[in-house]
Write a protein that binds this ligand. Structure first.
Ligand SMILES: *Cc1c(COP(=O)(O)O)cnc(C)c1O
Length: 216
């Protein structure tokens, strides 16, 4: 990570590390927190709920997996940031849930940058329309964008997708009423975080690179 920053003249302090903790037991997350991890990302609402109850360290909780509308209320109570917001119906529901509990819910818009059909995320074409709809919502705050590059053994293959995301991220301030709030560009995982950093990521999501291989 430091090397990728050096290659591009970026300050490592500008890049947050999220520990992707799906299937990682709470005790291991606790260890990582003691060593300085401050942000965790979970893919499932129930799994996060269980672990959050077991963990003592104060952590920032991010939702990074697909979110169903019927889990929105619980997600709203559990997560500081929901990174996987990609459709209008979900935005509406989150706005209502956040209002119910008197919270401003921070969200990222997940973009399907590779265009692979089975992937979640809003298409780049529909991104601005979706964001503009949320601008009337008082309890939803759009903090940035999230994306996943297609899986490949070769991190260079991910680079063009990260570059496209950076272009969208640079355009984001002109589509939101509080441009200074758009600070997070969440992209890069264990296999491709270096090219993500070189292309402008401000948050990398690392699972196996921190916790080792997942079982199941
Ligand atoms: C699992 C996961 C990651 C981390 O993947 P690794 O390859 O283990 O680093 C990042 N983002 C999302 C959305 C994930 O589901």
């Amino acid at each position: 990570m430091i090397q990728a920053c050096e290659r591009t003249g970026r300050n490592p302090d500008e890049i947050a590390i999220l520990g992707a903790t799906k299937s990682v037991p709470a005790v291991l997350i606790e260890e990582a927190a003691k060593m300085g991890l401050t942000i965790v990302g979970e893919n499932k609402v129930q799994e996060a709920q269980k672990k959050k109850g077991e963990l003592k360290s104060p952590l920032s909780w991010h939702m990074i997996g697909p979110l169903q509308r019927n889990k929105a209320a619980l997600a709203c109570r559990l997560f500081d940031v929901i990174q996987s917001v990609d459709r209008e119906a979900l935005c509406e529901k989150l706005e209502l849930c956040a209002r119910d509990i008197g919270k401003i819910q921070d969200v990222l818009m997940e973009v399907n940058i590779s265009g692979e059909e089975w992937k979640s995320g809003v298409s780049p074409k529909n991104l601005w329309g979706l964001i503009e709809k949320t601008q009337t919502y008082e309890n939803l705050r759009v903090m940035g964008l999230m994306a996943m590059a297609p899986y490949s053994e070769n991190p260079e293959k991910a680079r063009p997708y990260f570059r496209e995301m950076k272009k969208l991220f640079d355009e984001l301030p002109s589509h939101i009423s509080k441009p200074h709030e758009a600070r997070i560009l969440s992209m890069g995982m264990t296999g491709d975080f270096e090219s993500a950093i070189e292309e402008g990521s401000t948050m990398i999501r690392i699972g196996t690179g921190i916790f080792g291989k997942r079982n199941g």
